[in-house]
Design a protein around this ligand. Structure first.
Ligand code: NAG
Ligand code: NAG
Length: 294
């Protein structure tokens, strides 16, 4: 705000001084050009500032030794205990109220970092995390979104997410998962595209139980059968898998021709072995046909 005021006054000053200058002496032909030039420069500066403010804060890159809390910080009295908990993660990552951004962290991040209390949004994309344990999120019931895209995760302990009662969006895309852990009940969006999932790695009712799930992304895996889908689902992506068949019950209710599945608006099944033309009865409850091979 201060800078804006300053800018405003300097522009006014420039304009008036130019005006005086022009009144005093006879206007020279190139003076008008000068005013335009100066104004443009100011404008440029102003635009640049606004642009820079809109950008995300840059993360700090620190060396491995900084992972430990420096001694001089321990001497700081006010809220020292809080600092003890939060500093290591918030040195490597950017912590803003409720959000933690740990993207492409150097040195390599191979485990989930200790999170500040009350964290609601965690973005830990493009790191080298290999494993998620039951302890990683145990104390952070406030989490609403976790994004672990582009790590090396091949193993997730079964209870790692199951008790996160506020978790709405979970993204595990681009990892090395061959099976999924238990998913928390309030999920609305789940993404495990680009993994190594097979049908035997999915619990039969893993998704059906999630009564708020609206977006399910499982493309680019090795899934052989369409999983049971909850009534709340709006979009399901299963392209680039190994699905070779389906039944009249997959999307619809085979014995009830009056049933209409209102919520489900997009089904993607391209690049699967299944020939959808063989299952005309499977789509009668849908408002639009799945994308795929006919
Ligand atoms: C796809 O499924 C078939 C059996 O239906 C199996 O023989 C084949 O190995 C699977 N391919 C992949 C890439 O998993
Ligand atoms: C329709 O099928 C469902 C299971 O798919 C079953 O519970 C129900 O009893 C069947 N209804 C009739 C009228 O056959």
């Amino acid at each position: 705000m201060m800078d804006l005021k300053l800018l405003f006054f300097s522009v006014i000053f420039l304009c008036t001084s130019q005006l005086f200058a022009r009144e005093k002496s006879a206007p020279k032909p190139n003076q008008r050009k000068d005013v335009a030039l100066v104004t443009n420069k100011e404008e440029l500066l102003f635009n640049n500032r606004v642009f820079m403010e809109a950008k995300k804060p840059k993360k700090k890159v620190v060396t491995a030794t900084d992972y430990d809390i420096p001694d001089d910080l321990d001497q700081d009295s006010g809220g020292a205990q809080k600092r003890d908990e939060e500093l290591p993660t918030c040195l490597l990552c950017v912590c803003l109220t409720g959000s933690v951004y740990c993207e492409e962290v150097t040195p390599d991040m191979t485990t989930v970092p200790a999170l500040p209390k009350e964290t609601a949004y965690l973005y830990a994309r493009y790191n080298k995390i290999t494993r998620i344990t039951n302890k990683d999120f145990a104390d952070i019931a406030t989490l609403r979104r976790i994004d672990l895209t582009g790590n090396l995760i091949s193993d997730i302990e079964d209870g790692a997410f199951s008790k996160l009662d506020n978790l709405e969006e979970l993204t595990l895309a681009q990892n090395r998962l061959s099976k999924l852990p238990m998913l928390p009940a309030k999920l609305t969006a789940f993404n495990a595209g680009f993994n190594l999932l097979k049908t035997k790695g999915l619990k039969a009712t893993a998704f059906k139980k999630l009564t708020k799930l609206a977006y399910l992304y499982l493309s680019n895996n090795e899934i052989e059968a369409i999983p049971q889908l909850p009534e709340s689902l709006r979009i399901v992506h299963l392209q680039n898998n190994n699905i070779s068949s389906m039944t009249d019950e997959t999307f619809c209710k085979g014995n009830n021709t009056h049933y209409i599945r209102y919520n489900l608006e997009e089904i993607r099944l391209e690049n699967n072995p299944v020939d959808l033309a063989k299952y005309p009865q499977s789509f009668i409850c849908l408002r639009s046909l799945p994308f795929g091979l006919y």
